[in-house]
Design a protein around this ligand. Structure first.
Ligand code: SAH
Ligand code: SF4
Ligand code: F3S
Length: 470
């Protein structure tokens, strides 16, 4: 398929930008500035989408607020990854009915991954009549015209067609931070892990052109951005759908060669497609590419991995870990684990425990399996009682906590170049190590977005503590 059929034509993007002006003029007639509240759930991809939504809202003349009562427009950008995530959103959408009663003109939008599933949209149509606008991930770039239609016609709008996926370049972005940014490089997913909803709600993989990404990163760096996180459900398959033969390593090299003092991170790497070629590039550019790898393993049992359709074995995974550590010995490794996948036996769970003890990740993101409608695993036999799954989950946490504590203790006495990442109203400061771990610094030291040399003085299972070296 030619690239052009996948990229939204420029004229259509221009039309959306013109629609922003029409909305702006419409709102200018109102007595006071209109305000929007954007509530984001889920992964960094959704956070990045929300920055585009905020970019479009700002272009349409909206200001922003955290206060629901004050908001003229409330938008929930939703996540469908686990049942719990969806229940939270439904609860919050339901609660908005009161606020809508108090202000009939308030516009309520639900977008993102959830409405891309038919049953969700049907439920909103039926049970949440106070929701005015529902659109899926494929329609994000059409937000201005969808909103205009709601404003003009005062009728509910549902736009959830699945276009399979296109790339929309040139939309405005309102970034939350000036010193760090996320840059999506490939949208969607082709992997169809049997438990996962993402391929159904995000469409097929489509990569952005390398030139578009390089231009965006260059502009960010020139604007003072110090940390850039490249995003994709499987960054290692970047470029496979492009006409020009470019892969993720080519992209990393192009970015690492840009001038400036900045660090590149990326997530998520898929063990099926990660390779020593990638690790070699990371080794080659230690000052530009962070020594960090989030490599979700999901399970330590090859049988379970096969049932999950992950495309690698326990041995292949351990070999990848050996390769990356051979090249970058102090790399920060993290992973995701699903406990209680349907049919996982107690022995197979023990294999997961043994894998995490072998690898010694610095941190894990752990989840109990949650059946998602429309995925193959929804119908797999699942004999293990939930109490047993929860017990296993707790055991996994306990084992990992011990490992994290041990790994963190190894930092004590080291000096690392860290980026000051957060300063709260009480003056508490948090910086990030090159590998992405959090370091608590002394109060009122360092400037947000500044690189500082930090001596690590203490550590716990959750985080590190340090002082800035003058
Ligand atoms: N693309 C990434 C993961 C994105 S989802 C990858 O392949 O690694 C983030 C994590 O959520 C997954 O790694 C998995 O551990 C977890 N997850 C996804 N679907 C799930 C489900 N149905 N139940 C429980 N955990 C799930
Ligand atoms: Fe989901 Fe698998 Fe795709 Fe990750 S790679 S988003 S887990 S289907
Ligand atoms: Fe959730 Fe969609 Fe991300 S389902 S995890 S927000 S891609």
């Amino acid at each position: 398929m030619s690239r052009n059929t996948k990229q939204v034509p420029k004229e259509e993007i221009i039309k959306q930008l013109e629609t922003c002006d029409i909305v702006r003029q419409l709102l200018a007639k109102k007595p006071k500035e209109r305000k929007a509240l954007v509530d984001t759930y889920g992964c960094q991809q959704n956070e990045a989408d929300s920055e585009q939504i905020c970019g479009m809202l700002s272009q349409m003349g909206y200001g922003f607020t955290d206060n629901v009562e004050e908001a003229d427009l409330v938008l929930l950008n939703t996540c469908a990854i686990r049942e719990h995530a969806e229940q939270r959103v439904f609860g919050n959408v339901g609660a908005l009915v009161h606020s809508k009663r108090r202000n009939k003109d308030k516009i309520i939008c639900v977008c993102g991954c959830m409405p891309q599933q038919e049953y969700v949209t049907e439920k909103i149509k039926r049970s949440y009549p106070h929701v005015d606008l529902v659109f899926g991930t494929h329609k994000l770039w059409q937000f201005p015209s969808l909103l205009l239609s709601v404003l003009q016609n005062k009728k509910r709008v549902f736009a959830i067609e699945d276009e399979g996926g296109r790339v929309a370049e040139g939309l405005p972005v309102l970034r939350k931070f000036s010193y760090k940014a996320s840059v999506p490089i490939v949208n969607g997913c082709n992997n169809f892990c049997t438990y996962c909803i993402v391929p159904y709600v995000r469409g097929r993989e489509r990569s952005r052109e390398i030139e578009d990404i390089v231009r965006e990163v260059k502009d960010l760096v020139n604007g003072g951005c110090r940390e850039i996180t490249l995003l994709g459900q499987n960054v290692n398959s970047y470029g496979k759908d492009l006409e020009k033969a470019k892969d993720f390593s080519d992209l990393l090299i192009a970015l690492a060669q840009l001038d400036g003092d900045f660090l590149i991170r990326f997530m998520t790497s898929h063990p099926k497609d990660a390779s020593d070629k990638l690790f070699a590039v990371m080794e080659q550019y230690p000052n530009k590419i962070a020594p960090q790898l989030h490599l979700p393993v999901q399970s330590g049992s090859t049988r379970v991995l096969t049932a999950m359709n992950r495309g690698y074995t326990r041995e292949k995974y351990l070999e990848l870990i050996r390769q990356v550590r051979a090249r970058i010995p102090d790399i920060t490794l993290t992973s995701d684990i699903i406990v209680g996948f349907p049919g996982e036996t107690q022995e197979e769970f023990e294999e997961t425990l043994s894998l995490i003890e072998l690898v010694e990740f610095e941190a894990l993101f752990t989840f109990v399996f949650s059946a998602r409608k429309g995925t193959p695993a929804e119908h797999f036999e699942d004999p293990m009682p939930i109490v047993q799954k929860k017990e296993n989950f707790q055991r996994l946490l306990d084992v990992q906590n011990e490992i994290s504590e041990r790994k963190h203790a190894e930092y004590i006495g080291k000096t690392l170049r860290c980026l000051v990442d957060q300063i709260d109203e009480k003056g508490n400061v948090i910086a990030r190590t090159p590998g992405g771990r959090r370091v608590h610094l002394e109060k009122d030291c360092g400037k947000l977005g500044e690189f500082v040399d930090v001596s690590i003085t203490n550590a716990s299972k959750w985080s590190l503590f340090g002082v800035i070296q003058k």
